[in-house]
Design a protein around this ligand. Sequence first.
Ligand SMILES: [Zn+2]
Length: 321
Amino acid sequence: MKRLKSMMAMGTVCAALAWPAFGQTVKVTPLGGIDGEFCPQDRALVFEDPNGTRVLYDPGRTVAGAGDPRLGKIDIILVSHMHGDHVGNAHSKAPNSGTCEAPDMSVSALPNSSAVNIALAKKAKIVTGSDMPSFFAAKLRANGGNPADSLLARFGGSVTLNGIRIATVTAMHSNGLDPDYIGGELGKAMKDAGIWGDVGLATGYVVRFSNGLVVYLSGDTGITADQERVVRDLYHARLAVMNIGDGFTTGPAEAAFVINELVKPAAVIASHANEVGTVGGKVRPGSKTEAFMKAAKVPVHIPLSGKTMEFDGAGKCVGGC
Ligand SMILES: [Zn+2]
């Protein structure tokens, strides 16, 4: 009996070791244009690992530059691709300036981008795939930062920082670098010719946090077979952040197909709707956001700016949803 008890105790210890950070949650806080709403330009999310590491995904135009008080400590910045609404070519003067329909984006972040300015201010690492790391390294160097803070995770590879594993995955999209980030004679000549700089393919991410939660960040993408073969079959993503805006990316029906038939996560956060998604914090009737919620077969969480959601290792929202 005594032996059985000690074996059971050992079993408990083993189970605890096998389940990393059991019971701990990843906190997800949207940094959108207007508190409590889901607005057209909203992309930015901060993921806080149980170990305190904070990851900023696609700062876009709603983070009010490096001085935005909502940022707090930022350790890692992820940029899915170089379009201005993701890397941040402009931003608001302060959180909640303008309206949900027309958020203020009057402050230019050119030629650096908000991602670079935030990385410099926070001494954060920028992890990107494709050919984007050399762009970020050059910008960091040119502004007195450390070029080694720009790290590569190209398709099929990953980097692990502070116990968080970051991989990039296919995104079917374009990824031209606006010549405004280049400037000078070359930038002007490119602009006149209508040519954008080549920084490789656009990407999505799969991020594994220290509590075991695996999150798929779609970036701007169409439907790809990798969403099934890689994101689901290899990485087993349990939470997805899915772009639903149509026109530039999958629309609500296509995004729901990706979630229902390909990735099959436990839950999804809608993103990049390019519309007023909520009014008074409630999903607007007739919106793309509503259409996506109706079409998806798993719980859809709406990223209301400033409202923190908490997810367990299995992708279940256990707080704030
Ligand atoms: Zn976009």
